[in-house]
Design a protein around this ligand. Sequence first.
Ligand code: ADP
Length: 653
Amino acid sequence: MSQITQQSKPNDVTTTLPEFGKAELCAALDEVMLGSLRPTMGVLIALLLILIYGYARQPQAIAVPTIVVAAAALAVVFVSGILLYLRKIPARYANPLGAMIALLVLLQRLVFIALLRDPAPTANMILTFVGAGFLILSTPWLAGVIGSALATWIWIALRSPAAPGWGENGFLLVSATALTVIIHLARLDSLRRQELLRFQNESRNRELEQRTVELETFYQAERSRRLLTETLYEVSHALSQTLNLQEVLDLILGNLARIVPFDRGSVMLKHDQVLEIVAAWGFPPASNPLQIRVPIKEEDVFQQICDSKRPLIVPEVFERSDWQQVENLPQARAWAGVPLINAENTVIGMLSLTRETPRAYTDDEAVLALAFAGQAAIALQNARLYSELEEAYAQLERLDQAKSDFITVAAHELRTPLTVIRGYSQMLVKAPEIKRVPEYTEIVNGIFEGALRLNDLVNSMIDIAKIDSQILQLYLSPVSLVDLLRELLRGLRGVFQERNLTLCVSDAWRLPLIEGDMDSLKKVFYHLLVNAIKYTPDGGTITVTGSVLPAGTHGIPSDSVEIVIQDTGIGIDPRFHDLIFTKFYQTGEVALHSSGTTKFRGGGPGLGLAIVKGIVDAHGGKVWVESQGYDEATCPGSSFHVVLPLTQPKQNS
Ligand code: ADP
């Protein structure tokens, strides 16, 4: 902790020095020195001129050497001054230069003293000492200057005749030396601190600037991320809301332009060896972008994207010799292509983003565009699936129509010969010649029963054909469901006995009359009862219940009756609860069915429940099945619910 505090102390030179480096500090001090030299030069020139003037009035023996030295110093100062003014002297020569000038000034003083053998001008040296201590920022150079001047002075003093002034001036000169050293060290230290503080300040400023840039980049990235999330959400929302491919692709390009700016963008799909534009953004209206076709060439940008399955950035299209510029479009400069990859991981096309200025796309922009390309690929896939689905539906409809046509034709074609067979076999059954021979009777009875079953089948086919073509006519009258069920059950009594089935009828006998078509409704309950018998093993129970439901129940506006035919049979898998009401639908293996209309698992054409549904629907009612599942061992049973309105809506004639 204490270490940290020490390190962060701003004016601690020794601890912060290594942070910036000694060389940097020396260079900075050299700069300061150079800066101080400039104004000093002017003053020195003036001083030296005055001195030269002063020396000129001395006797020649003294004047000439001192003037020569002073003139030399003046020349050095003058030339250096000009060079400094022109900024021709590098900062590292500032201290040697300062030292040289100080030496020259001191030299002409020393020459003067030596020639006069008089210590009086020593006072001028003291001034120069102090000035040098203030000016020179290099301790070795200062030591060199002061040391050599002091040594020369002592040498002159020792060789001169003894006089009281020498000792006094010598003492002054030594004191001036001490003062010079103190001034020099104090200035050096304060300048060092000042420079170090400046360094620290600069480095903090740099750090601050960097942080600001980082922060700005972060906010920029955050803004882009938010925009990206918003726009992608908008696109995926549109994807789930509409199947209009054009609308979705236009939206994708428009939103992408908000995040990755481009002048024109397009979704291009590959067709054989050509790229077709299927959506365009930013193209000149006259260019008719959706008509543009670009041939795919070997090794061109699209081929490259296909091979790598990654975005491709072309910073300057002029640098690509294979660039294909589409006529009538402004010249492209920077370009990025992003692959459109389908669910089978195949490149089906690309997002082409063009800038008309030489501002290259960045990798980040390419990655952003990739997210939008993913959405475009989904939209294209959806559109393809949708059109395939539409085609499949159309095919199914055609097949269904063919099936319905076949049923209609077959039913009508079978009807006439069947009537003949039925009529003649009935006559034969009654003929005394046949009755006499028991084998003949059995054969003819067989033919007659077969004809009756065939007749039922043909009638079912005709019913289904009418339901399919929506021409089922209802002849409405008050119908007693009680009588209707009673009559049907009476007809099936023999079967119940034969199959050892128990019949329970509860509440059904208290039902009101309903408005409906008697014959059609008979078929409804006939098929349901026969099915209950067929799919219930011997010894099972079939229960018929009935109840009145208030208006609004099961979505039927008027009051209604509900008849439930429940069996203890093999049950129906919930997956097929809706499908069994479609024509020809049979669960289980058809080959396992036994023959006979009321035998256990007796075969049927798969038309019964389709007829039931068609007739109940025509009455404005509802029919459905409830069963826990299919199991021949545990026989969970099934309940068929039929809801019929009491009244039918009035027909407008
Ligand atoms: P089918 O002529 O085959 O009986 P349906 O249209 O009447 O034709 O019935 C369609 C299918 O529904 C039947 O093949 C059978 O698998 C199933 N099904 C109908 N009623 C019952 C039932 N009561 N119990 C179990 N399965 C039934």
